[in-house]
Design a protein around this ligand. Structure first.
Ligand code: FAD
Length: 469
């Protein structure tokens, strides 16, 4: 009722973590009229010179865009993004071949992480009912009283109460620590054997060093490098490789040798000297996958973004899923009239299967991006899937399309993918069988006028027919 609503409007929502998901969430709660307090451990990144953070740029797609749209931020962010219509596969011999992401007009956007975070913080600040509290690091909170303890930059402690705590404090969430102590809380965390390292590819004569509207990929089985374009005409290259391999490369010359072997076309573009230097600039970073459930504690606390589900970055969905969390929570707030005691369990019920599905898919793609984009069967199936999607757009939808260009629930996308895969493989098998059968029939019915060729000669002719594909 309206009365209930006006009471709940006075409630205080503490958003812990002012990263991408926290800053967006602040906008959502502020828009609903709550008193929003954001607590972020870092200083204000809008004033700080160097921003410590993970990847420099990210791929923004449909889910993230829809979530931004709901708080009026889509256009601002999209206008500063660079569309990427296709992957560009760099093979070892330097040839480049594009593989489109979807249908014509479908693309993902390369956006600057720091700028996105800054814009979202500024957007949150435009609401008079929002305060941004920087240099507030959450130490702990009490599940009994809901009181949060923060440590300030100078070491002083501060205790703060709120009606709802929204944990958006990333993969190593301090809010989540209290969940771990609860009975029936499921939790798993997996580090993959790979680490990542970022390198910059500068512009050449003021222009992008490679075609800008692509996500460039150098798949090399166990290694992989990708590059996303930035507005300043640089590319940020990310090298993914097992830690074991990173440890083998210890000198500048070894870096060059390694690149000559696996990514020769990238050496002149990054620059040999820069490569030797920047490779050792920062140590390779680890990647973790975190799954847990439930996402809420009573009517007091809820986890969103990486705090609830850190995923490996190989589907480009971590942030998109985190943004969608905010959108889904908002939809449930509408349905259940902002009653936290009903909204929080419903959010867990709806969201856990989806976030677990994207965590699994990202892990699956970890294998696919490195190995399968090299395989002919994978490419063939991609073309078959895309072709079938064009002629039967409602029946066959490629998995990547469902994940990246729709809001089909992640777990439903996975189910549908398994079903489609079965149908398409059976269809292909059927076509192959029909071709073989009709070919044999025609051969028997209308035997060709075969010249009398000795068996040995016939064999060498057949060998010559073997084309690469
Ligand atoms: P974070 O961005 O980690 O923000 C958490 C915030 O909480 C930080 O500001 C931190 O300072 C603050 N904080 C932490 N602890 C505390 C505390 N105790 N008290 C107060 N504040 C605290 N996703 C995509 O969608 N597309 C991509 O292309 C993509 N590429 C990626 C590439 C790499 C290499 C990596 C590692 C990730 C990538 N991701 C991508 C995933 C994406 O980065 C994350 O999903 C996203 O940053 C999650 O946002 P978040 O706000 O939940 O967490």
């Amino acid at each position: 009722t309206n009365d209930n609503k006006s009471i709940s409007k006075k409630k205080v929502v503490a958003v812990v973590g002012g990263g991408l998901v926290g800053a967006l969430n602040a906008c959502y709660f502020a828009k609903r009229g709550f008193q929003v307090e954001v607590f972020e451990s870092r200083e204000d990144i809008r004033q700080a010179k160097i921003v410590k953070g993970r990847s420099i740029n990210l791929a923004l797609s449909h889910r993230g865009r829809q979530a931004l749209k709901q708080v009026g931020m889509e256009d601002t962010i999209v206008s500063k993004g660079i569309p990427m219509h296709s992957r560009m596969i760099h093979s070892l011999n330097g040839t480049q071949s594009p593989i489109p992401y979807g249908k014509k007009g479908q693309y993902i956007l390369s956006v600057d992480r720091a700028n996105l975070n800054k814009e979202l913080l500024s957007a949150a600040e435009t609401y008079p009912n929002t305060n941004l509290n920087f240099a507030h690091k959450l130490l702990d909170w009490s599940t009994e009283t809901g009181a949060m303890t923060f440590v300030r930059a100078e070491g002083a402690k501060e205790e703060i109460q709120a009606d709802l705590i929204v944990g958006c404090d990333g993969a190593f969430s301090a809010i989540r620590k209290q969940f771990l102590r609860q009975s029936r809380f499921n939790y798993s965390q997996t580090y993959i054997p790979h680490g990542y390292l970022e390198l910059t590819m500068p512009p050449i004569n003021g222009e992008f060093a490679m075609k800008p509207n692509y996500l460039h990929i150098w798949p090399r089985n166990t290694f992989m490098m990708i590059a996303l374009p930035n507005l300043d005409k640089t590319f940020t290259c990310t090298l993914f490789m097992p830690f074991e391999e990173f440890e083998k490369v210890t000198t500048g010359d070894q870096v060059i040798k390694f690149f000559q072997k696996y990514f020769p076309d990238a050496i002149p573009l990054i620059g040999a000297e820069a490569l030797k230097r920047d490779y050792f600039h920062l140590p390779a970073q680890a990647m973790v996958s975190v799954k847990c459930s439930p996402y809420h504690f009573g009517d007091k606390c809820v986890l969103m973004g990486d705090a609830a589900h850190a995923v490996v970055p190989f589907y480009g969905q971590g942030m998109n899923a985190g943004f969608e969390d905010c959108l889904v929570f908002n939809e449930i707030m509408d349905q259940l009239n902002e009653d936290f005691s009903a909204v929080l369990p419903e959010y867990t019920r709806v969201r856990v299967p989806d976030d677990h599905a994207i965590a699994d898919l990202a892990m699956y793609n970890y294998v696919e991006m490195r190995a399968h984009v090299n395989s002919k069967w994978f490419l063939f199936r991609k073309y078959v899937d895309n072709f079938l999607h064009i002629i039967m757009p409602r029946t066959i939808i490629p998995l990547y399309t469902m994940v990246t260009f729709t809001r089909t629930r992640y777990h439903k996308a996975v189910k549908r993918w398994h079903w489609q895969d079965k149908v398409i493989n059976q269809g292909l098998l059927f076509c192959a069988a029909v071709t073989v059968a009709s070919g044999s029939y025609l051969l028997v019915r209308y035997p060709p006028n075969m010249p009398n060729i000795p068996t040995e000669q016939l064999w060498s002719r057949l060998q010559a027919l073997k084309s690469p594909f």
